[in-house]
Design a protein around this ligand. Structure first.
Ligand code: DLZ
Length: 229
């Protein structure tokens, strides 16, 4: 990564091996999204986050990101509670109660849930793997790329999604990493996804993966009254 004035500075390397991370990404502007997703995964893994502890889901466009992030978090809590109670009838009761109290999560729980979800249309469902951590997500990365067109669409969606993601993280208390590019031109997107010929910038997904690990580790500390630096 080149050193410039702008940017988060040299990140301390946090240990992500005890973290469970959710990634929600839009499918609009797929070329950018897939590079940004790769960048995010690269740094998550470089920080020790294991494959089986990363759950990836997709939604059509960025507008869907806040709701999906919120519901993914609820689903991860549901999985965690079911696993504590050993699943089966008790787990089923917990799920049913959460459905009544927290609104239905049926839409997301009926979709694939692990990093093997790459837009399968088979409707195949996957429960939390027994290999992976059974805790709720420690951080969620929301990835999207909005490109300005000739109408006000871009302004409305950028604003709604930014506020929506902030609301989700403050209401759930789980860090939601802001992986939304709000682009005036396609070229800006290629640069920020590390895809431009001149390699003007690095892949911003790499920053998002590192931010997810740092916030995941710090939040665990805060929960225990410890300030991890
Ligand atoms: C409709 C639309 C447009 C025009 N542009 C984008 C975009 O640049 N990036 C993006 O992520 N999504 C776009 N969308 C789709 C909306 O986010 C949303 O999926 C639809 O309006 C359906 O709610």
């Amino acid at each position: 990564m080149t050193s410039t004035l702008k940017g988060p500075g040299e990140a301390k390397k946090y240990d992500g091996s005890a973290l469970r991370i959710g990634i929600i990404h839009a499918r609009w502007n797929t070329k950018l999204i897939s590079a940004l997703l790769d960048g995010t995964l690269k740094t998550l893994k470089a920080h020790g986050v294991r494959d089986e502890n990363i759950t990836i889901q997709s939604v059509p466009g960025s507008y869907e990101l806040p709701l999906a992030a919120q519901k993914m978090y609820t689903a991860s809590q549901q999985q965690s509670q079911s696993s504590i109670l050993g699943g089966g009838a008790a787990g089923g009761l917990v799920s049913a109660a959460q459905d009544l109290l927290g609104g239905s999560t049926t839409d997301l729980t009926s979709l694939p849930k692990t990093s093997s979800d790459q837009g399968s249309s088979s409707g195949e469902t996957q429960k939390s793997t027994t290999k992976g951590l059974q805790q709720p997500f420690d951080a969620i990365v929301a990835i999207g790329a909005l490109i300005k067109g000739s109408t006000m669409h871009f302004e409305y969606i950028s604003d709604a999604v930014s506020h929506g993601l902030m609301k989700v993280q403050l209401e759930t208390g789980v860090p939601v990493i802001f992986g939304l590019l709000t682009l005036l031109t396609e070229e800006q997107g290629l640069e920020r996804a590390g895809l431009d010929e001149g390699k003007k910038m690095h892949n911003h997904g790499e920053d998002w993966g590192a931010a997810a690990v740092e916030l995941g580790v710090k939040r665990k500390g805060w929960g225990e009254g410890v300030f991890v630096e």
